[in-house]
Unconditional design. Structure first.
Length: 273
C-alpha cells in the first residue's frame, strides 16, 4: 500500500501544471476551482483532471463550504516522501544524490515560500491500523507521548471536557504546566473528535486565542484507516506558521506529527528512533 501511494505521489509531482496547482494552494489554501483556473491556459475540465490526480495521491483534500468546493494542500504525503527518499540518502554523501536531484527540486518548488496567511490547515494520512487503535494513539497520553514532540496530551472525552498537553522532559519546561490547552466540543468514539486548541508556550500564539481542531477517522479497508486533521487558524498567523511547519526551528508541525504517528503505529518505532 505504501509503495502504491508513493507511486501516486511521484506521478502527481511529475507534471508542471500539478506542481503549479500545489504552489497556488501553498500560497493560499482553500481555493475554488475558478480561482485555480485563473492564470492557466487550460479549460476548467483540464484543471479538474489534474486536481483529481492530486486528490487520488492525497496531496489535495476538498471540503464543501456552502455551494462551493474548496481545495486544500495536504503536505503529509510530501513529508513522507521526503523522509523515505531524501533524508536517508543525505547520509550517504552528495555524490550519491544525483538520481534524486530532480525529485528534490520538485519537492522544494512545491513547498515554496508562503506569502499569504493560511486560514485552514488540512492534513490527511492513511495508516495501516484499525480506527480504534488510531483513536487511542490520538487521545491516550500513553500513546501520544510516544510520537511528535513527545508531549503527553490528556483528554476528558465528553463535550465540555478539558484538553491539556504537557511538555516532554527534553523541553526543559515545568512538567506540571500545560503548553497547550483547550476544550472538547464533540466526541464520536473511533470516528470524530472536535476540540478547541490554544498554544500556551509561545506568547504571540497564545495571544491569538483558541482555534478549532477536528480529527476525522474513516475505515478504508481491512486494518486501514484514513485520518483527516483540520485545524482552523483563521486570524492566527503565528499559530498557522508553527503548526504548518513553516518555522522549522520549532519543528515540523502537523505534517511531522502525523508522519510520526503513522510510522509508530506501522513499525513500532518513531522517525527519531
Amino acid at each position: 500500500m505504501d509503495e502504491d501511494r508513493d507511486d501516486q505521489v511521484f506521478k502527481a509531482l511529475a507534471d508542471v501544471t500539478r506542481r503549479h496547482l500545489l504552489d497556488q494552494l501553498f500560497a493560499r489554501d482553500g481555493r475554488t476551482l475558478t480561482e485555480l483556473v485563473e492564470g492557466l491556459d487550460m479549460t476548467r475540465f483540464g484543471v479538474m483532471k489534474h486536481l483529481s490526480v492530486l486528490e487520488e495521491a492525497g496531496l489535495v483534500v476538498t471540503r464543501r463550504s456552502g455551494r462551493e468546493k474548496l481545495h486544500f494542500l495536504n503536505a503529509v504525503p510530501i513529508q513522507l516522501i521526503h523522509e523515505r527518499w531524501i533524508d536517508k540518502y543525505d547520509l550517504l554523501g552528495a555524490e550519491r544524490l544525483h538520481a534524486l536531484t530532480d525529485l528534490k527540486l520538485a519537492l522544494e518548488t512545491t513547498m515554496g515560500t508562503n506569502t499569504e496567511t493560511a486560514t485552514v490547515l488540512v492534513n490527511r494520512i492513511w495508516i495501516k491500523a484499525d480506527a480504534a487503535t488510531v483513536w487511542r494513539a490520538i487521545t491516550s497520553p500513553e500513546w501520544n507521548a510516544r510520537y511528535g514532540y513527545g508531549s503527553p496530551s490528556h483528554y476528558d472525552l465528553v463535550p465540555g471536557g478539558s484538553f491539556r498537553t504537557f511538555p516532554s522532559a527534553e523541553m526543559g519546561m515545568p512538567l506540571d504546566q500545560p503548553i497547550i490547552d483547550g476544550e472538547v466540543v464533540e466526541v464520536v468514539e473511533n470516528e470524530r473528535l472536535v476540540q478547541t486548541w490554544r498554544t500556551l508556550w509561545d506568547e504571540e500564539a497564545r495571544a491569538e486565542g483558541f482555534q478549532r481542531l477536528t480529527y476525522e477517522l474513516e475505515v478504508r479497508g481491512d486494518n486501514l484507516t484514513q485520518l483527516t486533521l483540520t485545524h482552523d487558524v483563521t486570524g492566527a498567523p503565528r499559530s498557522a506558521a508553527l503548526l504548518s511547519g513553516d518555522m522549522p526551528q520549532f519543528g515540523g508541525g502537523w505534517p511531522q506529527i502525523l508522519s510520526d504517528l503513522k510510522t509508530l503505529l506501522e513499525t513500532g518505532a518513531t522517525l527519531g528512533s
